[in-house]
Design a protein around this ligand. Structure first.
Ligand SMILES: [Fe+2]
Length: 385
C-alpha cells in the first residue's frame, strides 16, 4: 500500500465577518503593501470597496489590480506580476472566484523575479526564489482555489494549462459567506456545480484515501441540498454558508486527489468555445459518470444518498438513479441538455482530444479510458437527449 497523507497548510477562517480579520492576518505575514487582485464585476458590485475600506481603516498601504478576465490567460498573470513589481507589493489579497485567485497565485511565484509563468507549466517545477504570500477571499462557492496548490492558466494557443505547485498555496483563506451573496445567478450555478463535481470526482479517483473520502463526503452532504437553494436565492444565509464550506472542503479533496474525466475533457471546451469551467464540467458530468459506473465499487450509492441529504436514505439503488439526478439537476439550474445547444460542434475534435490527453488525470480515473472512448464521451455529451 502507498503511504497516505493528509495535511491542510492554510490558516482557514470561516464565518460572517471573517474578512474583518484581513489586517490582522496581513500583519502576521509581515506584509507592508498589498496588491488587491479583484475583477471589474466585483468593483461594480461594491465588494472590492468593502475590502478597500478594511485596508484603509487599518492604515494599510495597497494598490488594486482589477484586469481579471474569466479563464485568465498567461498575459494577465504577467500584467499582475508587472504591477506587483511597479508597486513594490509584498503580499497579495486575492478577492474573487477562480480567475482572480488563480491569477494571484500564479503571479505570487514570479512577482519577485519577473520570470514568465511558462517556466512553471506542469507539475511541481522547482521554485527556488522567494514567493509572495497570498490571502484568498473567495467570492464564489466553486473552484476551491483558496485551498488548492493548482492554478489553471490559458496559454497563447488556447490550451488551459494546469500548474501544480506547493509554493502557490495561499497562506490564509478568509471564508466569509457574505462575500458570495452578491454573485450572479449564472456564476452561482456554474461554480456550485464545479464544486460538487470536485467532491464526486475526487471521491472516485483512484488516489482517494479515507482522509480525502471523509472530506469529500461532507462536501457532498453540504453542497447537494444547498446548491439549488443558493441558486434560487443568494441571500439565503444558510445555503450560502453551506456552499462556501462545501466548496472549500471540495477544494481540499482536490488538493489531495486529482479529479477525473469531466475535468480532463472540460478544459478544451473552455479553451476553444469559451464555455465557463463549471458549465463545461456539468455538461460532461452525467456522461462521464455513466461511463465510470462499470468500475463502481459501491460509491455511487453513497454519492446519490449524500447529494440527496434531507431525503429518506435509498437502499434500493440503480446507477440510472444517480445519472437521472445529475441530468435533472442541470435542467433545474437552467443548463441546456447537450453541448451542441451551447454552440459546440466537432470541428475542433482533433485538437480537443490532443489537449485533453495532456494531463495526469487519465492515470487516476476509475475506468481506464482510451482516446477512442474520450471521443465517444465528447460525442455523447454533444448530442445527448
Ligand atoms: Fe473544477
Amino acid at each position: 500500500m502507498n503511504l497516505q497523507s493528509f495535511s491542510v497548510k492554510q490558516d482557514i477562517l470561516f464565518g460572517i465577518g471573517a474578512v474583518a480579520k484581513l489586517p490582522e492576518k496581513m500583519k502576521e505575514l509581515k506584509g507592508k503593501k498589498a496588491l488587491l487582485v479583484s475583477d471589474p464585476g466585483l468593483i461594480e458590485a461594491g465588494t472590492t470597496g468593502k475590502i478597500e475600506k478594511i485596508l484603509k481603516d487599518a492604515g494599510i498601504d495597497y494598490a488594486v489590480f482589477s484586469h481579471i478576465e474569466p479563464d485568465p490567460g498567461c498575459w494577465i498573470v504577467h500584467e499582475c506580476r508587472d504591477r506587483i513589481m511597479e508597486e513594490n507589493c509584498d503580499i497579495l489579497v486575492a478577492l474573487g472566484g477562480g480567475s482572480a485567485m488563480d491569477t494571484a497565485k500564479s503571479a505570487s511565484i514570479i512577482g519577485y523575479t519577473g520570470k514568465r509563468i511558462h517556466d512553471y507549466w506542469g507539475y511541481y517545477k522547482p521554485v527556488d526564489n522567494e514567493t509572495i504570500p497570498v490571502i484568498a477571499i473567495p467570492t464564489t462557492a466553486g473552484t476551491g482555489s483558496e485551498v488548492t496548490r493548482n492554478t489553471v492558466i490559458t496559454d497563447e494557443e488556447h490550451y488551459k494549462m494546469v500548474i501544480l505547485n506547493d509554493k502557490m498555496l495561499p497562506e490564509v483563506a478568509l471564508l466569509d459567506p457574505e462575500m458570495i451573496m452578491t454573485c450572479p445567478v449564472s456564476v452561482a450555478a456554474a461554480s456550485g456545480l464545479d464544486a460538487m463535481i470536485h467532491a464526486v470526482e475526487c471521491y472516485l479517483s483512484d488516489l482517494a484515501t479515507p482522509f480525502s473520502d471523509a472530506v469529500a463526503e461532507k462536501a457532498m452532504e453540504l453542497i447537494g441540498p444547498a446548491l439549488p437553494r443558493f441558486v434560487a436565492n443568494r441571500k439565503d444565509v444558510q445555503a450560502a454558508s453551506d456552499m462556501l464550506m462545501g466548496s472549500t472542503l471540495a477544494g481540499i479533496t482536490l488538493s489531495l486527489c486529482l479529479p477525473t474525466q469531466a475535468h480532463a475533457l472540460s478544459h478544451p471546451l473552455t479553451g476553444y468555445y469559451g464555455i465557463s469551467h463549471g458549465m463545461a464540467n456539468a455538461m460532461l458530468f452525467p456522461t462521464t459518470m455513466e461511463f465510470n459506473a462499470l468500475a463502481d465499487r459501491g460509491k455511487y450509492k453513497k454519492i446519490y444518498n449524500l447529494l440527496r441529504t434531507g431525503h429518506p436514505y435509498t437502499e434500493d439503488f440503480e446507477t440510472e438513479m444517480l445519472i437521472d439526478y445529475l441530468k435533472e439537476l442541470n435542467r433545474k439550474l437552467g443548463l441546456p441538455k447537450n453541448l451542441s445547444e451551447m454552440g459546440v460542434d466537432e470541428s475542433h475534435m482533433e485538437e480537443m482530444l490532443k489537449d485533453a490527453q495532456r494531463t495526469k488525470i487519465w492515470e487516476h480515473c476509475p475506468r481506464t479510458t482510451s482516446v477512442k472512448e474520450m471521443e465517444m464521451l465528447y460525442k455523447k455529451a454533444l448530442y445527448r437527449e
